[in-house]
Write a protein that binds this ligand. Structure first.
Ligand SMILES: Cc1ncc(COP(=O)(O)O)c(C=O)c1O
Length: 473
């Protein structure tokens, strides 16, 4: 079977763009302090806001805490338990087999660099790494650095190949991807959802393409490895790493209601076992196993936890996942926040499906409203086709950075720039390489969408509103 032939499987939005939320949005919003400031937060693809229960929990964690794996005190023991249980929660969230598959870093970018450094010694002369023009720079620049700057210094030549996307729909060109992957492709890197176009490449087909390469890995496997940048996927979609059969998958908690500072790398256990760590030092060493001639590494996942980790951040992040279940549950259902209760996969799935339907409804509404703005170009999949919950656009005659500033003066927090999707902006020929973007999260209401879209109309003067001519190009 040619894996590409079954590519056209776009699912569609529910017919109505006035989708009513299936949970109590007012109650959800009451759990967030920022709502009281009147901010219309529509830059959630960059970072989300933290809920009050997490801020309260943080005070408690800070009061009782100690370092992990490094003390005999009650405080150290209980912090260690909290920290380790957090790994179990994170593993459950993406249906990883266990905490042994979970590595925590500062963010998604660091997770990609960790994969790059871990695999660096394995690349053979003449190999290639394939990625796409849809990527965030964090899933391109490490591969640029590896192939252009690092490996050449060791006398190794490894090619970097980039798959195109359709400039109209934003869909990844699977035929082109197929043509780039061959028996020397060690790794295929692909976004799970574009942070500019909103496109969600069909990961099962990308997996099939990587499988068909026949590349012989040092572990004996005969296929290309697959890394999925899920920074925009995990926050809005139920993601099952075993069903996707990905080798590596990354995401950041600051895009899913937790405070800044923690990103995740999921890796298959045999790969994490086999690879060299990215960072070396304390806690990644087996207890007492250091001598002048031999160092033995700790068991997974601590082999990848060199130095004191972001203990509070990891606990906050895992508890935020638990809270997300409670926020989207039916009234009277069992609570997961602050508990140690194992999280069944179907509970995560239901919570994420509810969040997904809510944010897709908001996105469909924004697409509908914005398409009425004269001179607007909306990038990515057409209305009716599933996209991640964001809309990037330009309005004729407007520099997007000026437009975002105008929106901010109307209380709407948009983002303009290239969103680190620089390759895609260049590939669409945008000059400047920038767009204005609205992106939505669990706590956004239809009112937020309407006010944001009304602000675009008003700012661009198409609604009889005031126009700052000096801002026009
Ligand atoms: C698709 C995608 N990948 C990677 C990143 C980088 O995430 P971080 O800043 O947490 O490293 C982002 C952030 O916007 C993103 O949208």
């Amino acid at each position: 079977m040619n894996p590409v032939n079954s590519a056209d499987r776009w699912s569609v939005y529910p017919p109505s763009v006035n989708l009513e939320s299936e949970f109590d949005i007012d109650w959800i919003r009451s759990q967030f302090d920022f709502v009281n400031t009147g901010r219309i937060v529509t830059n959630n693809a960059a970072s989300t806001q933290a809920p009050l229960p997490i801020l309260h929990l943080t005070r408690e964690v800070l009061r009782d805490y100690e370092n992990v794996h490094r003390g005999q005190s009650q405080a150290s023991q209980s912090t260690t338990m909290r920290f380790e249980l957090a790994y179990d929660t994170i593993a459950a969230w993406i249906n990883a087999p266990s905490r042994r598959n979970i590595v925590t870093y500062r963010n998604t970018t660091e997770a990609h660099n960790a994969v790059m450094y871990s695999l660096m010694t394995e690349f053979r002369d003449g190999d290639n790494v394939v990625t796409t023009m849809l990527e965030h720079n964090s899933n391109y620049v490490p591969w640029y650095a590896l192939t252009e700057e690092i490996l050449p210094r060791f006398g190794r030549r490894v090619e970097r190949r980039l798959a195109r996307f359709d400039p109209v729909t934003g869909a990844l060109d699977l035929h082109h991807l197929t043509s780039l992957v061959d028996e020397r492709t060690k790794l295929v890197c692909c976004t799970g959802a574009s942070n500019f176009l909103g496109t969600k490449p069909p990961l099962d087909i990308v997996r099939a393409i990587a499988d068909a390469s026949g590349y012989v890995q040092p572990t004996g496997e005969r296929r290309s490895l697959m890394l999925v940048d899920a920074a925009q996927l995990v926050p809005s979609t139920y993601t099952d790493v075993q069903a996707l059969d990905v080798d590596y998958l990354s995401f950041s908690f600051h895009k899913m209601l937790a405070p800044f500072g923690v990103g995740v790398l999921y890796g298959k256990e045999h790969l994490l076992d086999h690879s060299l760590p990215f960072l070396f030092g304390g806690d990644m060493i087996a207890e007492g196993q250091v001598s002048p001639d031999l160092v033995e590494y700790n068991e997974l996942p601590w082999k990848y936890a060199a130095g004191t980790p972001n203990i509070v951040g990891v606990v906050q992040s895992a508890q935020t996942l638990r809270l997300m279940i409670d926020l989207t549950a039916d009234p009277g259902e069992a609570s997961f926040f602050r508990s140690e209760r194992p999280i069944p996969a179907h509970v995560v799935r239901r919570s994420m499906e509810r969040i997904g339907r809510h944010t897709h409804g908001l996105t469909a509404r924004a697409l509908d409203r914005l398409s009425a703005v004269p001179g607007i170009t909306i990038y990515g999949p057409p209305i009716g086709v599933v996209r991640s919950p964001l809309v990037a656009f330009n309005v004729e005659g407007w520099n997007p950075l000026d437009l975002a500033t105008e929106l901010d003066s109307r209380g709407v927090e948009a983002r303009a720039g290239c969103h680190c999707a620089t390759l895609a902006h260049h590939s669409l020929g945008l000059d400047p390489p920038a767009s204005c973007r609205l992106s939505f999260a669990l706590y956004n209401s239809t009112d937020d969408v309407d006010r944001a879209c009304a602000a675009v109309l008003d700012a661009t003067g198409r609604d009889g509103g005031s126009v700052s001519r000096s801002l026009r190009l």
